[in-house]
Write a protein that binds this ligand. Sequence first.
Ligand SMILES: Nc1ncnc2c1ncn2[C@@H]1O[C@H](CCC(=O)c2cccc(C(=O)O)c2)[C@@H](O)[C@H]1O
Ligand SMILES: [Zn+2]
Length: 353
Amino acid sequence: MTEHLVDPRAPRDLKAFIAGLPKAELHVHHVGSASPRIVAELAARHPDSKVPTDPEALVDYFTFTDFAHFIEVYLSVVDLIRTPDDVRLLTYEVARDMARQQVRYAELTITPFSSTRRGIEEQAFMDAIEDARKAAEADFGTVLRWCFDIPGEAGLEAAEETTRLATDDKLRPEGLVSFGLGGPEIGVPRPQFKPYFDRAIAAGLRSVPHAGETTGPETVWDALTHLRAERIGHGTSSAQDPKLLAHLAEHRIPLEVCPTSNIATRAVRTLDEHPIKEFTRAGVLVTINSDDPPMFGTDLNSEYAVAARLLDLDERGLADLAKNAVEASFHDEAGKGRIKAEIDTYTSAWLAR
Ligand SMILES: Nc1ncnc2c1ncn2[C@@H]1O[C@H](CCC(=O)c2cccc(C(=O)O)c2)[C@@H](O)[C@H]1O
Ligand SMILES: [Zn+2]
């Protein structure tokens, strides 16, 4: 069961504050955000799938023995996304769930290679995510932008395909802002992806690879030097290398921290052992994210509650965390200004109650 994953110990009134706090989310996966209801609905459409159709049974199905097991389960959910309509439904519903948590802006990581190789036509895939993005902004006020990531374990074929989809002027979607690298890190050295990141950066995309999630700080160094990372997905093992922490702090390179994800995938043993405190002590810019919330039995608000407990934050500390994410985002300056002002207004009103 996943109760142990969601931290019940943050004070109740801070949870109420968090629930209303305007937020931005930078590290959250498209398929990984499919709610139990959506996954169950898609599983019912495709009876050949091994994914449970009952949301209750899904909770056990989303309990992982290790990272490799997590990827196996993740891909079984990817297999459920078979038509452009599945893509549109999933994307719009993910935005609805975000809006319920006062997420004003999110950079959603999508792995187009995994869907196009399973038969979804490229242009139809792009149209589906763009339709959902525009509908979500109109209906919920939530601004979505896309990060396209390479599933690294699928190798250079996946890298080439993902780069083509991200840089072809006819195909690349209007909402695309960044380029990433996901999947297992073990046995997937980062330097081999340099040519692809060079092409993506030359096309105006921002570099945000996962690194240091299940491998050591050298993977984070590789992401910085070879892939010119502007932010690091997880970067959990950076705490093992004081020089790396100092570098991240000095160059204001944000970490996309996903506390419960690291516990669920067994990358970190317990929340109390999570290195997030080392990051803040070293002056590293920390952002809080949920990664694959329903799969980890959490959501963004719960991750802010975890951060409040681990970093001993009050309302102003939580507001600063939220503003870190806005500042580290690739939103335009006007959009950043609006959300930061909203965070300040909300926090002042809350404290003046
Ligand atoms: N915490 C995470 N840490 C890392 N990644 C995460 C995390 N959460 C979600 N992902 C996503 O999982 C995908 C994994 C897909 C993958 O490994 C793979 C391997 C072989 C073939 C294929 C295929 O499609 O044929 C795909 C990544 O693209 C990434 O976006
Ligand atoms: Zn991730």
